[in-house]
Design a protein around this ligand. Structure first.
Ligand SMILES: Nc1ncnc2c1ncn2[C@@H]1O[C@H](COP(=O)(O)OP(=O)(O)O)[C@@H](O)[C@H]1O
Ligand SMILES: [Mg+2]
Length: 250
């Protein structure tokens, strides 16, 4: 469904990604793990169009999307969540989800002008989609609370809700459980599994917690120093010698 071919990404003298080829299969939950600085976020940024790689291509549903802008990739069905919150703290949960659907944040001037005429229709449609994901992720009671006043676990769920409201075929999540309590983590895990099952969304999960990855993911990609060092089932990753050395510090 989604794959990269020989991606190389450099920042000055730092090679963040070194010839990375990975594939994401339709319907799966794919884990991406690896130590800090391994290149996980960089890979996600290349896939979503935030970074332009010096080398390599990105394909989505059979189409070469390497040259597309981030908003064009969202329209094709590629959404993401963020490692560091990009939510608007004084806005409510509902508003934070709706803003992710706002057509004025993307498209040409002509498209924006057209949308201005259709503002009412947009609002009705955006609200419907937002309410749907609020339902799915059980965010009812917080709907009208400003996001800044809510616990981190809820904020992470709102980020996921915003991505899901975009109606993606693939959602890429950058450490959605980092810094959360055990209960909050379990809540996000539940949300991920439920989304995968009910919406059949293909999911890519960057995650540190090996236990979570083994529980949730169908397959796992392990990165170290910008390279893919393993791709396969989680239980094999745990047993792999290179993975143990790089990741588990053995
Ligand atoms: N915008 C950037 N500018 C310069 N260096 C970067 C940038 N983004 C990432 N890097 C570097 O690329 C490497 C990989 O980083 P990153 O993709 O964030 O790793 P991870 O998400 O696995 O922790 C690191 O050495 C990091 O310092
Ligand atoms: Mg990262």
């Amino acid at each position: 469904m989604l794959w990269t071919e020989n991606i190389t990404l450099r920042f000055g003298g730092v090679t963040a990604l070194d010839n990375v080829s990975v594939e994401v299969r339709r319907g799966e939950i794919l884990g991406i793990i690896g130590p800090n600085g391994a290149g996980k976020t960089s890979l996600l940024n290349v896939i979503t169009g935030v970074y332009k790689p010096q080398r390599g291509r990105v394909y989505f549903k059979g189409r070469d999307i390497t040259g597309l802008k981030p908003h064009q990739r969202i329209t094709l069905g590629l959404s993401r969540t963020f490692q560091h919150s990009e939510l608007f703290h004084s806005m409510t949960v509902l508003e934070n989800i709706m803003v992710r659907l706002h057509p004025w944040t993307r498209g040409s001037i002509l498209e924006k002008a057209l949308w201005a005429f259709r503002a009412k229709r947009w609002e009705v449609e955006a609200r419907e989609r937002a309410e749907h994901v609020i339902d799915l992720l059980d965010l009812h009671e917080h709907r009208h609370s400003p996001i800044g006043a809510l616990p981190p676990g809820i904020q992470k769920k709102v980020d996921l809700a915003g991505a899901l409201a975009q109606n993606p075929e693939v959602v890429l999540m950058d450490e959605p459980m980092a810094g959360l309590s055990k209960e909050e983590k379990e809540d996000i895990v539940r949300a991920i599994i439920e989304t995968s099952e009910t919406m059949h969304t293909t999911m890519v999960l960057i995650e540190h917690d090996m236990e979570v990855v083994t529980d949730v993911c169908d397959r796992v990609v392990v990165m170290d120093y910008g390279k893919v060092i393993f791709e396969g089932p989680p239980h094999e990753a745990v047993a792999d010698e290179r993975v143990r050395k790089a990741y588990l510090g053995e």
